[in-house]
Design a binder for this molecule. Structure first.
Ligand SMILES: [Fe+2]
Ligand SMILES: [Fe+2]
Length: 271
């Protein structure tokens, strides 16, 4: 199965670039399953229902969230009705929406996508490791599903690597989000799971993690409230990860970064 994961879409720049790139990347990379993190799609904070609809229409199969999941409150009734929009699985019991989705790709193969959130330098939540382990008792790679992908939304690389190694052999891809900066540790772990600490954002990289740089920098210079943060609106780099899996095992054959448009050095796998 060919899988594309795009990191946090930030504001209009990131949203529009990802929506424009999805059909092209799906065709160029023969993508079977496309996943995007959209927690920052709405002006940097949250996701509105019409934006989620537009991303599904552009070719996203599953949309994931993170700590900004509920910044746009209109998404609460929407997520309760849309099983392909998922939020971190370790939110408290009773939270609207689900932490995972099982989707069927056009040729009938099934994939499990889950979203979990780290706790180091983040809001306290239930344990993401235990919540993931519990889910994986019910879905087995290579038998009930052909692929399993986790978006681990976390700040600390240590927690992300610990999570990656903990589930090495049980998933096809474990990819981090939230830092908005692509990491270059993408690799196939020893037991066959692909891993990248952070996919990077889809957004304008002439910014401070997607927000206009002057007010963002002022917050560090002057420890007092200042101008409201707004997303940078220059050309976005669409950042993500491409993975090819072996259907017999669900494990990885290949992982490569994707960086298209904007300021970052460009890379696109050849399929
Ligand atoms: Fe984010
Ligand atoms: Fe985040």
């Amino acid at each position: 199965m060919n899988i594309l994961f795009l990191g946090d879409l930030v504001g209009r720049s990131g949203r529009d670039a990802a929506a424009a790139a999805l059909p092209t990347l799906r065709a160029a990379l023969a993508i079977d399953l496309a996943i995007v993190n959209a927690e920052n799609a709405s002006h940097g904070f949250g996701l509105a229902p019409d934006m989620a609809d537009a991303l599904f229409a552009a070719g996203a199969d599953v949309i994931t969230l993170g700590n900004h999941a509920w910044d746009r409150r209109e998404i609460l009734p929407y997520i309760a009705q849309q099983p392909r929009l998922i939020r971190p699985i370790n939110f408290p019991p009773g939270t609207p929406g689900a932490g995972f989705a099982v989707v069927t790709v056009p040729d009938g193969r099934r994939a499990l996508v889950l979203n979990a959130m780290g706790r180091l330098f983040m809001d306290p939540l239930d344990c993401p490791f235990r919540a993931t382990a519990e889910l994986l008792t019910r879905h087995k790679l290579g038998s009930s599903v052909a692929a399993i992908v986790a978006d681990f939304h976390a700040e600390a690389t240590s927690e992300k690597m610990a999570y990656g190694h903990s589930f090495d052999s049980q998933m096809s891809l474990i990819v981090g989000t939230h830092t908005h900066s692509p990491s270059a540790v993408h690799q196939i772990l020893p037991n066959g799971t692909t891993y990248q600490s952070d996919a990077g954002m889809c957004g304008d990289y002439d910014s401070v993690i997607g927000m206009t740089k002057v007010p963002a920098a002022a917050r560090f210079w002057r420890k007092m409230p200042g101008e409201r943060l707004a997303p940078a609106d220059g050309e976005a780099t669409v950042c993500g990860t491409f993975v090819q899996t072996d259907d017999a095992t669900g494990l990885a054959l290949r992982i490569e970064p994707v960086r298209q448009g904007g300021r970052l050095s460009q890379t696109l796998p050849v399929v």
